[in-house]
Structures are given as structure tokens and as C-alpha cells.
Design a protein around this ligand. Structure first.
Ligand code: ATP
Length: 203
């Protein structure tokens, strides 16, 4: 099994941006958000169970999951949210483990927004936190997603606090400075971390 580096951070902190820099160095990536979508793809057992539970109306005409309707249902009913999490969390964890186990590289970057919240940190040997101020998080996410500040604030408060997340970090990337001024510095930091993880993976 490869050495696993968990990459986490709050919404809009810059995880994808940092993951891209590791990928450019040839580091394999397992992305929990992608896995979470794959396990409810057409024909997957979890999708059938969701349709049995919520009714066929939860599927679109092409048989794929109606995510908007599902989000609405679980937003309105915390019991349904629990049901869905109880179904999906073990399946997502197992699929992540399968993908991580299949990697044949010294180390793998495991990108998980809710790494600590969902207990996936215990699969990782290192935890790299992308850290930004809440103000930066709000500005960048509102701009990227064209969503209201109120909604983004609500998502931020549903996630683990910045202070708590940083307590779990073995390494931190600070991503407050704009890329236009800081790209070279960030790329160098990622290269330094790359060498660190290569050496940690050989211990
Ligand atoms: P999410 O948790 O929502 O998946 P994320 O943590 O992956 O988000 P990104 O998508 O990488 O975050 O970054 C959020 C937005 O901020 C993107 O539009 C990205 O291009 C921009 N961004 C990231 N880092 C910087 C930076 N240093 N300077 C300017 N813009 C940045």
C-alpha cells in the first residue's frame, strides 16, 4: 500500500488548486468527491437502494440520480440525511480504500473535503491542510460558485472549524495570497512537500 497523504481544507480553500500542482509532478490522486459520485452512478447497487427508499421520482428520465431533488429531501429532513449517510459512508470509504490500494507509487494524494469530519483521516499517514482566512474563503467561493454569502457561510459553519482542522495537520499550506503574486512560491512549497513525502514513504 502506498503512503497516503490526506489533503483537506474548508470549502474554497484551494484543495483542487494544490492537488493540481501535485498532479503536475506525476503524483496520483484519489478524490473522495469523485468517488462519492461514482458509487451512485447508473447501475450501482447504492443507486437502486436510494430509489427503493425515496421512490423512483428520485431518478431522472435517463436513470441517473436527481441530485437537486435528493439535496432538497435531505435538507428538509435530517432523518433522511442520516439514512443516506449511513448507506453511503461505508461504501465510499471502501471504494476509496480499493482505489488507494491499487496505486503503485511511493505516495498518493487523497483529496477529501470532510477528511476529519468523516473519520477518513485514519486512513492517512500525513495530513496536509490548505489554510485560508474565512474572508478569503468567502470571497473566492462566492465568486467561483455565484452563490450568496449567506449560503457559503452556512456551509463553512457546517464544516469543522479552522482551528480544529489545523490541530490535525502534519503539514500546512497557507493559500491566502493571490495566485498572481504567489504561484511560484506555492509551486516551490509543493515541490518541497513532494520530496518530504517521497522520503517519508521510504521509512
Ligand atoms: P471546494 O472545497 O469547494 O471543492 P477547493 O478547496 O478545491 O474548493 P479551489 O476550487 O481550488 O478550492 O479554489 C477555490 C477558488 O479559488 C477557485 O476558483 C480557485 O481558482 C481560486 N483560488 C484558489 N487558490 C487561489 C489563490 N491563491 N489565488 C486566487 N485564487 C485562488
Amino acid at each position: 500500500m502506498s503512503y497516503i497523504v490526506g489533503l483537506t481544507g474548508g470549502i474554497g480553500s484551494g484543495k483542487s488548486t494544490i492537488a493540481y500542482l501535485f498532479a503536475a509532478l506525476g503524483v496520483p490522486i484519489v478524490d473522495a468527491d469523485i468517488v462519492a459520485r461514482e458509487v451512485v452512478a447508473c447501475g450501482k447497487p447504492a443507486l437502486k437502494m436510494i430509489a427503493n427508499h425515496f421512490g423512483q421520482e428520485i431518478l431522472l428520465a435517463d436513470g441517473t440520480l436527481n441530485r437537486t431533488l435528493l439535496r432538497k429531501k435531505i435538507f428538509e429532513n435530517p432523518g433522511e440525511k442520516n439514512w443516506l449517510n449511513t448507506l453511503l459512508h461505508p461504501i465510499i470509504r471502501q471504494e476509496c480504500l480499493d482505489q488507494l490500494s491499487a496505486i503503485k507509487s511511493p505516495y498518493v494524494l487523497f483529496v477529501v473535503p470532510l477528511l476529519i469530519e468523516n473519520g477518513l483521516n485514519n486512513l492517512c499517514q500525513s495530513i496536509l491542510v490548505v489554510d485560508v482566512s474565512e474572508e478569503t474563503q468567502l470571497n473566492r467561493t462566492c465568486q467561483r460558485d455565484q452563490q450568496s454569502e449567506k449560503l457559503i457561510k452556512k456551509i463553512i459553519s457546517s464544516q469543522i472549524s479552522r482551528v480544529e482542522r489545523l490541530k490535525w495537520a502534519t503539514e500546512i499550506i497557507e493559500n491566502n495570497i493571490d495566485l498572481s503574486e504567489n504561484f511560484c512560491h506555492l509551486a516551490k512549497e509543493v515541490l518541497t512537500l513532494h520530496h518530504l513525502y517521497l522520503s517519508k514513504s521510504q521509512l
